[in-house]
Design a protein around this ligand. Structure first.
Ligand SMILES: [Zn+2]
Length: 308
């Protein structure tokens, strides 16, 4: 382990992490994971017994400090076999930076697995979020955008009011038709965006286009590690949206109506990335209560145009 930025993360235990380039690689570790899951399950049972929000102290990679992490049930629900648990990636929010488990994991990945000092131009497919402001502190050159609707052209800006006191000029970008030049960025970041893009393969190709020859895409998605093939929930055609499965709506920072989830990603997303202009792609597993990653292990993904 050890942060390339020299952060004090080196002083803390590492998260439990493993890189996987295919379902076969992941499945080959099933025995080890089953043993680890016994530990997680026991811990979860104790932690969740009260079914009330609570805080505990853990190391936050974004703040580079120990802070109070709040575990809440806001996004939770009944899971498999009737268990009731929080949506783990969406909670364990740091009391200082307010970033949840998956957002802090992405920042840990950037700090420990990429050389941020070599990044002079970076892009994030978000602009109005608390995590954008934290990312901007790490990457001063960071450009951001939101998807404002089909009536806008990529590159257009609009005033967006979160409330009467908070009005911001926001850039619109459609990930499947970016306005940026080829090789404009060394690093691109998206957080839980691709599941809302019906033609996500086109978005991968567009992001590959705007990245430099050794550029990287680092992202999170709701990921289903038991699925070999991505499960399509809804499609867009000439007649509009066709639902193949019940509609699943996620929160959207620029729309109170939320965003439709078009697909639940499985392992073939790595093949799609490799056939969209990226030389390498992998999912990096995260778990570690001491860094505020509780519950089920989840993944930060990295696709690289050069060698990872
Ligand atoms: Zn924090």
């Amino acid at each position: 382990m050890g942060g390339k930025d020299g952060s004090s993360a080196q002083m803390f235990p590492s998260v439990w992490r493993g890189d996987f380039r295919s379902k076969a690689e992941f499945d080959a570790t099933a025995g080890h994971r089953a043993a680890a899951f016994e530990v997680f399950d026991w811990l979860d049972d104790r932690v969740l017994f009260s079914r009330h929000p609570f805080t505990y102290k853990a190391y936050c990679a974004a703040c580079d400090a120990v802070s109070a992490m709040r575990v809440g049930w806001e996004f939770g629900g009944a899971g498999a076999r009737g268990s009731v648990h929080p949506a783990w990636t969406e909670t364990v929010a740091c009391g200082t930076c307010h970033l949840n488990s998956r957002m802090r994991a992405l920042i840990d990945f950037l700090k420990t697995r990429t050389d941020l000092s070599a990044v002079s131009r970076a892009y994030a497919a978000e602009q109005t979020t608390p995590s954008f402001r934290v990312l901007q502190r790490l990457l001063p050159s960071l450009a951001g955008s939101e998807y404002l609707g089909p009536q806008f052209k990529s590159g257009e800006t609009r005033l967006h009011a979160r409330n009467a006191l908070n009005v911001q000029r926001v850039r619109h970008e459609d990930l499947t038709a970016l306005s940026y030049a080829d090789a404009a960025f060394e690093l691109a970041i998206t957080q839980d965006v691709f599941e809302h893009v019906p033609d996500y393969r086109k978005a991968f190709a567009e992001l590959a286009r705007v990245l430099t020859p050794d550029g990287r895409l680092v992202f999170t998605i709701p990921f289903f590690s038991d699925l070999a093939a991505t499960r399509v929930r809804a499609k867009v055609g000439p007649e509009g949206v066709t639902h193949l499965l019940p509609a699943e709506i996620h929160g959207n920072p620029v729309s109170s109506e939320g965003s439709l989830c078009f697909q639940n990603f499985g392992w073939d997303i790595l093949d799609d990335l490799r056939s969209s202009g990226f030389a390498d792609a992998f999912g990096s597993l995260y778990w570690g209560p001491w860094q505020g990653h509780m519950g089920f292990p989840f993944f930060v993904f990295c696709a690289s145009k050069g060698a990872c």
